[in-house]
Write a protein that binds this ligand. Structure first.
Ligand code: ADP
Ligand code: MG
Length: 689
């Protein structure tokens, strides 16, 4: 066996377990060893039986005096009862519905048991403890480290159904013992020493079977450092590469800009002006622009992008405008057409299904579309600018491909409303230039946000009806149902069910007098389009939907956003939903429903009520929930452990610093073949583009 041995070849791992491991994304021995615990159970203090504490976790060691199975009087449950004795006293132990235990634990065995002490009719007993046989020799020598499941800091792993932490420990420990020596250190020695990182072999042992919390923490930090270091290296090298590329310089046409501004029915906000200026200045350079335009929902990014597109198009070059979904591509198509209608440009739309445009005979100045835009059939004559909405990363590689080796690459303007915590953007975007739109257009009213207690649901529905009678429209968002609640079912079907149920309820019982629409990700594109169109054209009053409405959809007449199961969404995401309303001069509302009494939920929803700033909320979410849940992590494919460390600004800065240093000395990393190899793997794992 070695690190790349596949899990099928690991002894003692049967087909069932192979399947479960794969569900966790574990395919090889390496994957297994790098499946880290997310917490530890502290059973390190072994107490004398005479000193156990009621209702608390206790770990004891002793000899089994007797053990037997009995049935409870209702005969519903099998109890395994044992008496365990040490030098100080004896205690009753009870396990529920694990009759096989009497084949594992026998009279006379020495065991270590860890679990809660409860009070029953016959006195106190140890309830369903974790157990582990110990051989006497190690007990006498007090070799704690020979214990795996008790008597130490015990690792608890992110589990999947039928794959317990106990089983993982049981499989993992002997493999780790055998193969530890094969795990080689990819972090350059001097960096490791400078930042006091434990060597990888020590760290991986301490992550799984720590001798102390301190050592476990240092080990985890070492791996987090490594991931962040890799991420920084990739981002910085991409930057290096970009520095060598050329782009088409687009002279700033001030008259054109002024003409454009005159056509707008409103004045730009200060930060729109500033961002537009930064972008237009970048475009003048023969070096590729690499800019992120970050602005809260409704802050008016599209106008800014349209200005840039206009300048490029009027200079005789092409612009590609990419949106994440067809609905949004069409919306952009409409908006851009509207914004630029006086300028006599050919604007095309290209999505997966319909090719409105036959590019060969009808070359557009601006081509708007989905991912279909970067497919090979699309041949741009002279593409000079790519605008991407909500895609986060768009690599140099992809940009070059769009220009087909013409010796230059397009400028890139990436737009996002996803508020990204500072630490995260520093790492992911590296030195990407940033333009921020910090204020909303004038005249917008603050959206009134409320958590509606269950007993006021009726009242909320009455309020909705009143809004609709005034001609306004309403969104109802239903959460996704967690997979654990719908065993074996496909997740997106579960979402559909939630939406369908809610749709039924609202259209049949609550609002039989109103026009209700339904939208979910399982629908065909045309169907979705149709439903959105109906809603936009005010043919429906209430739209019940999954999170597919999350990004970018603009329906100014919608003034009420109602969110069911609000606890299931991240703050940033809730804020995105809320941004679907409040897009006009009318007062808008956001109603949050939750069944969760959890303090964290209350805390988070309160943050949403008090803050209307997406960036602030993203930071808060990070603080309250921790980064594992941060909405971006999935999207970016950033490893959990790196995500978990983004809170630690020092770690982020240090790893970045280290990456910079090493690249200055050795830009191609020639001296570090192992690091190179790891970077390759890392690159294929995350999808930065
Ligand atoms: P987002 O940044 O979320 O993409 P949009 O570009 O969709 O925002 O703009 C939201 C709405 O605000 C649009 O209807 C747009 O016409 C309008 N808008 C943009 N800028 C301004 C402004 N300076 N003043 C008033 N309305 C504006
Ligand atoms: Mg937008």
């Amino acid at each position: 066996m070695n690190l790349s041995t596949s899990i099928e070849e690991i002894p003692r791992v049967g087909p069932q377990y192979q399947k479960r491991l794969k569900k966790l994304g574990i395919k090889s021995v390496r994957g297994l060893l790098f499946h880290f615990p997310h917490r530890y159970e502290d059973f390190s203090n072994i107490a004398p039986i005479s000193g156990v504490k009621l209702n608390e976790s206790n770990c004891i060691q002793g000899k089994i005096l007797e053990i037997e199975n009995t049935r409870t009087w209702k005969k519903r449950m099998i109890l395994t009862q044992a008496i365990v004795e040490d030098k100080t006293s004896a205690i009753k132990v009870v396990w529920f519905n694990q009759p096989y235990l009497i084949n594992v634990l026998k009279e006379g065995d020495f065991v270590c048991l860890a679990g809660k002490v409860a009070l029953g009719e016959g006195g106190i007993y140890l309830s369903s403890p974790a157990y582990e046989k110990i051989n006497l020799k190690s007990e006498i020598l007090n070799l704690k480290s020979s214990l795996t499941h008790t008597g130490r800091l015990v690792p608890v792993y992110p589990e999947t159904e039928g794959l317990s932490s106990r089983w993982l420990r049981f499989i993992l420990k002997p493999i780790l013992t055998e193969l530890k020596k094969e795990i080689l250190e990819p972090i350059p020695e001097k960096i490791r020493i400078k930042y006091q990182l434990p060597p990888i072999q020590k760290a991986i042992w301490q992550v799984h079977f720590p001798d102390s919390r301190k050592l476990a923490k240092a080990a985890k930090e070492r791996f987090a450092f490594e991931e962040l270091f890799n991420l920084s290296l990739i981002v910085l090298r991409e930057r290096q590469r970009l520095g060598k590329e050329r782009a088409i310089a687009i002279p700033l046409n001030l008259k054109l800009v002024k003409d454009f501004l005159k056509t707008l029915p409103f004045e730009l906000t200060e930060s729109q002006k500033k961002s537009a200026w930064q972008i237009l200045k970048d475009l003048e350079k023969p070096r590729p622009m690499n800019r992120l335009l970050e602005g809260d929902v409704g802050s008016g990014k599209t106008v800014v992008a349209a200005m840039a597109a206009l300048n490029v198009a009027k200079s005789g070059y092409q612009v590609a405008f990419m949106a994440p979904t067809e609905i949004l591509a069409k919306q952009h198509f409409k908006t851009i057409n509207e914004l630029l209608k006086k300028f006599n440009l050919k604007i095309g739309l290209l999505t997966g299904k319909e090719k409105i445009l036959r590019q060969a005979q009808d070359e557009p100045n601006i081509l708007i579309g989905t991912h279909a835009l970067i497919q090979d059939q699309v041949k741009f004559r002279n593409l000079a600018l790519v605008v991407v909405d909500e895609q986060h990363r768009f690599g140099v590689e992809q940009r070059a491909r769009l220009c087909q080796q013409k010796g230059y690459i397009p400028h890139l303007l990436s737009m996002t409303a996803t508020p990204i915590p500072r630490t995260l953007s520093l790492t992911i975007y590296g030195d990407l230039d940033l333009s921020l739109i910090t204020e909303l257009p004038k005249g917008r009213k603050k959206i009134i946000t409320k958590v509606i207690p269950p007993e006021n649901r009726e009242g909320a529905y009455n309020f909705i009806r009143k809004q609709v009678k005034q001609g306004k429209q309403v969104f109802v968002i239903c959460p996704r149902i967690e997979p654990s609640e719908v065993k074996g079912k496909n997740l997106s079907w579960a979402e559909v069910k939630a939406v369908k149920d809610e749709y039924q309820k609202l259209s049949k019982e609550v609002f039989p007098d109103l026009k209700i629409g339904m939208l979910h990700g399982r629908m065909k594109t045309e169907e979705k389009e149709e439903i959105m169109k109906k809603f936009k054209n005010e043919k429906t009053d209430v739209l019940v939907s999954t999170s597919v409405v999350e990004v970018g959809i603009d329906v100014p007449n919608a003034t009420l956003m109602m969110i069911e199961g609000a606890e299931r969404f991240g703050l940033a995401q809730l804020h995105q939903f809320r941004g679907r309303v409040g897009r006009s001069k009318y007062q808008s509302f956001c109603f949050l429903f939750t069944d969760s009494p959890a303090k964290k939920t209350q805390q988070r929803l309160k943050a949403l009520i008090t803050s209307e700033n997406g960036f602030e909320l993203a930071e808060k979410d990070l603080e309250i929930r921790g980064p594992g849940d941060f909405s971006g992590s999935r999207q970016w494919g950033i490893p959990d452990i790196a995500m978990a460390s983004l809170k630690d600004i020092f770690l982020v800065q240090n790893s970045r610093q280290a990456a910079k240093k090493i690249l200055e000395e050795d830009p191609e990393l020639k001296k570090y073949p192992l690091l190179q190899k790891r970077l390759e793997e890392f690159r294929s794992r995350i999808h930065l583009e």
